[in-house]
Design a protein around this ligand. Structure first.
Ligand code: ADP
Length: 278
């Protein structure tokens, strides 16, 4: 019998039951918003479900703002057991890690070459003290860049059948119905196949525009059924469609301004956001 492959990454992620990598061929198609919505819906599976959100968009981190943690006291603490993620809720069921929490000034740009990004990604995967997680949702930059290659290289031991506890990561692809987005999705699919990353399916975001006056949905991209057709052709799941909804924009804007949705408040109506360093 061959020896199980163990690395600092595989050891750290042994407490994570499922890893879902969120990909998109293009930027601006709603990948980060979908990662947040996915994390929130997984959280609603049961009161004991615990979810981690890892932002691998090193040069353009947007998760802290999207979960309402773009605030000065949301910082990552170093404990003897590793970096403590920043929690969205009092019960510590949704933890978030992003380079955004490590920047002195949140407006700072991160201008790093591949090797430095790779070092950060390795640290995110091997040093964050997530604890027992049901799901780790990994938000990635658009396209297939250094970050994706680093991620899959460091996760590689988790694909090995010899591991005692195999947590094979999987992925979902977010696309709009626009032809340019679909073409880039096909490139991302080719990337996943080259690197043997399983794909659960496609999510069609911005599938139409919901009129705020009459709720009628208009097909503004003219790509009706194109995403589901691609899913069928590639033998992938079609995981559903989300129209352009001004309510979602308002919700994300209100969260980023610090107005916290009820789900993230404790019984007294206060936010308990922030991290512990126990
Ligand atoms: P990406 O991560 O692909 O770059 P984002 O998730 O940052 O994209 O989304 C880009 C913008 O589009 C954000 O301002 C977000 O609020 C908005 N957005 C995403 N999906 C929707 C949607 N279904 N309806 C309305 N606005 C959306």
């Amino acid at each position: 019998m061959s020896t199980p492959i163990e690395t600092p990454v595989s050891r750290r992620l042994a407490s994570v039951k499922n890893i879902i990598i969120v990909l998109s061929g293009k930027g601006g198609v709603g990948k980060s918003s979908s990662s947040v919505q996915l994390a929130l819906s997984l959280l609603s599976q049961s009161p004991s479900t615990r979810v981690g959100l890892l932002d691998l968009d090193i040069t353009g981190p947007s998760l802290p703002r999207m979960v309402g943690l773009d605030i000065p006291d949301a910082t990552v603490h170093q404990s003897s057991a590793g970096w403590v993620p920043v929690y969205v809720d009092a019960e510590k069921r949704l933890g978030v890690m992003s380079i955004g929490f490590l920047l002195k000034d949140r407006g700072d740009s991160v201008v790093w070459r591949g090797p430095k990004k790779d070092g950060m990604i390795r640290q995110f995967l091997s040093e964050v003290r997530w604890g027992e997680l049901d799901y780790l949702v990994v938000d990635t930059p658009p396209g297939t860049s250094d970050e994706h290659i680093s991620l899959l290289t460091h996760l590689h031991p988790l694909f090995a059948p010899t591991l005692l506890k195999p947590t094979t990561p999987t992925s979902i692809l977010i696309t709009t119905p626009q032809v340019t987005s679909i073409n880039d999705t096909i490139k991302s699919l080719s990337f996943t196949r080259k690197l043997s990353l399983p794909v659960m399916g496609l999510v069609e975001n911005m599938s139409g525009y919901v009129c705020p006056c009459c709720d009628e949905i208009s097909d503004i991209y003219g790509g009706q059924n194109k995403v589901s057709e691609l899913a069928t052709k590639e033998n992938l799941g079609y995981l559903g469609k989300v129209p352009i909804d001004t309510n979602l924009v308002k919700l994300l804007d209100s969260v980023s301004k610090g107005e916290i949705p009820a789900a993230a408040q404790n019984e007294d109506g206060n936010s308990n956001r922030g991290s512990d360093d126990t």
